[in-house]
Design a protein around this ligand. Sequence first.
Ligand code: ATP
Ligand code: MG
Ligand code: MG
Ligand code: MG
Length: 476
Amino acid sequence: MKASEIRQKYLDFFASKGHQVVASSSLVPWEDPTLLFTNAGMNQFKDVFLGFDKRPYTRATTSQKCVRAGGKHNDLENVGYTARHHTFFEMLGNFSFGDYFKRDAIHYAWEFLTSSDWLNLPKDKLMVTVYASDDEAFDIWNKDIGVPADKIVRIGDNKGAPYASDNFWQMGDTGPCGPCTEIFYDHGADIWGGPPGSPEEDGDRFIEIWNNVFMQFNRDESGTMNPLPKPSVDTGMGLERISAVLQHVHSNYEIDLFQNLIHAAARETGVPFSMEEPSLKVIADHIRACSFLVADGVMPSNDGRGYVLRRIIRRAIRHGYKLGQKGLFFHKLVQDLTDEMGDAYPELRQKQSVIEDALRQEEIKFAETLDKGMALLEQALANGDKVLDGKTAFQLYDTFGFPLDLTADICRERGLSVDQAGFDAAMDTQRAQSRAASTFKMGGKLDYDGADTCFEGYTESSSEGRVLALYKDGHP
Ligand code: ATP
Ligand code: MG
Ligand code: MG
Ligand code: MG
């Protein structure tokens, strides 16, 4: 079953259970300063859960565009390293706004996954977790559904004070939250990893496919949990992960949609297609995140959301460079993405030339400094140290436009790390110097207009404002 068919099946199933099919919201959260990018299906319904917004329906289902590359749920560093993480992914979700609660949510999930009318997954490959003290959810799984007790793992209380654990889901530091029950698929003993709750749970054998959150609280700024007006349900299933299961492959990157993008990445970087090449996977991942972000109005810039986008684009370019592609290539993948996903997301087609232009401009800009920056980095690493000094990392950042996480990514590939404290110190020195210089020149006023002039080298003055803007959201 192709990913696009699975997406449709999910929506059809929940529509048949009285859910309103609602379109994905933008990746840029609407009037929500607590959130960098949309990171879950529930984001667009936040105010409905909180009781501030009323809808003509109490049940909804969506396939939501999500980006997890910053903020609370940040998977940027996982991409290329795990079989299951992307920066951009689609989250299938069903929602109850004060309508059904735990029992129906669990029954729906199980029916969709295991019924021969729907996905028909083998029950013995599934495992579930419940929040440690959630006897009600445990009993529904065990007594109603018939999942054996040894396949239900309680997670939560062992990891700290109430609700500090994985099985208590929250969108951000504040907002709707609640205990959850998660469904895992066992990809088989030949893959490293252990069941949830075990020391090896971070491996890729047991992959979490679906999270069902029982929304019960609103966490405020002081950390206090206030009960929501009505207990609700919010679920999220990664389309790429469930597609991997149904296509009998282990990694998300092996599903139909990604195979085509990886082929395209190989074509444009001029290397043979290979599933063993992490850089091709990273590029295939990043073209999705970058294209969808531009389609939703984000442009590469030096702060906030635009800087996260810039970092992802530059990481992709650097991976192309690593494969030997020193020319422009990244923007040429937009067509392949549009072919793959344009039917489900027409904004890709509508904005195709805007996306291509934005990526191309960024490629041109970074091409001016990437080669020299890499030479500097190679030189600095030639001494065999295990840690890249902070001064060099800062110079790469300030002069050559290497976001710190990009430098760290290169170092990590070689088993090295970056001296973050040294980087911060170099940044502080730079700020102090530019403050002194601008005070001297301008009697205390900064002498630049904040335009997008960074990454051009020491010939452009590094004014404090510019560096601060770069620094604000730019680092892990
Ligand atoms: P994991 O523990 O694997 O990082 P998660 O617990 O952070 O996942 P949730 O916040 O519960 O994920 O999100 C709901 C679902 O969305 C997950 O069960 C998974 O199927 C999917 N998902 C989450 N993060 C990603 C990602 N980075 N890439 C692809 N799918 C994801
Ligand atoms: Mg996660
Ligand atoms: Mg998890
Ligand atoms: Mg989860």
